[in-house]
Design a protein around this ligand. Structure first.
Ligand code: AMP
Length: 280
């Protein structure tokens, strides 16, 4: 595996691969890798000749400086994991390399970015769009892989690619969970032992919630989910939403859309965890 910290160097190396008619699969990450990330990479490896992974904790997508400071960084273990799965190129740039000067681009994703993560984390998706655009321009992948755990992010990236006519196919990958159901996340390693034991309650609640469809209305179902978390002292709700799976807009009747999911963001032990489940 070649590790490159320089944009110019990586571009040159990938140009060579492309001139040999190799297809490039790309998985952007912020590191602290876990088996959820590795699933994206395995799929990318299967569907392309070359696998490129980036590790970059993108400062401009953090609306909370404390969250950025505490974001886990485990480069040596990550590098080893990537070697083991046969990653071809690891791009590991510094913030100075990515942002020689501030990028002040503003993207308007309309209603898509105005709800849920976009509403609770102002500027987050603009920061995501800026870095993903830069990464796509550097790597020029044929296909790029994103997890449905960050469902709204996936929709934003699909919108970005459409908006800018970028020649990349965005591939969505299902959520990978721990055996107890907790959605894998780099942030899970920040949970205390006690909180980690409580955490599977999130997915258990989502699974129980969907059994109430269609008896409960979307409003009643949201209320029910809220009640479950409110009964637990350790959880603090950030949002609970039932939204359509394309525009991510709240649905008020089950007939409003053909694809509908339940989304939650909760704080547990001051760690913010998100999850979602398909209803229809
Ligand atoms: P991150 O490093 O958290 O920015 O994640 C990098 C990519 O991995 C994103 O596309 C995430 O959606 C995806 N990802 C993270 N956790 C999971 C998971 N548990 N299952 C599937 N994809 C995931």
């Amino acid at each position: 595996m070649i590790v490159s910290k320089q944009i110019a160097e990586l571009k040159q190396l990938l140009r060579k691969e492309r001139s040999n008619a190799k297809t490039i699969g790309f998985v952007p990450t912020m590191g602290a890798l876990h088996p959820g990330h590795l699933e994206l990479m395995k799929q990318a490896k299967m569907e392309n000749n070359i696998l490129v992974v980036s590790i970059f904790v993108n400062p401009i997508q953090f609306n909370n400086p404390e969250d950025l400071k505490k974001y886990p960084r485990t480069f040596e273990t990550d590098r080893q994991m990537l070697e083991n799965i046969g990653c071809d190129f690891l791009f590991y740039p510094s913030a100075e390399e990515m942002y020689p000067e501030p990028d002040t681009s503003q993207y308007d994703f309309g209603a898509l970015a105005a709800c849920m993560e976009g509403e609770k984390r102002p500027g987050h998706f603009n920061g995501v769009a800026i870095v993903v655009r830069k990464l796509f321009e550097i790597v020029e992948p044929d296909k790029a892989y994103f997890g449905e755990k960050d469902f709204q992010q996936l929709a934003i990236i699909q919108a970005l690619v459409r908006k800018l006519n970028m020649p990349v196919q965005v591939v969505s990958c299902p959520i990978v969970r721990e055996t107890d159901g907790l959605a894998m996340s780099s942030r899970n390693m920040r949970l205390s032992k006690e909180a980690r034991q409580e955490a599977p309650f999130i997915y258990e609640t989502l699974k129980r919630a969907i059994t109430l469809f269609p008896t409960y209305s979307p409003e009643a179902l949201k209320h029910w989910v809220a009640g479950q978390f409110e009964n637990k002292e350790t959880f603090k709700i950030d949002y609970i939403e039932i939204a359509d799976t394309t525009e991510l807009q709240a649905v008020h009747n089950w007939e409003d859309a053909s694809g509908i999911s339940l989304f939650v963001a909760v704080f547990l032990d001051e760690v913010r965890l998100i999850d979602n489940i398909r209803i229809i």
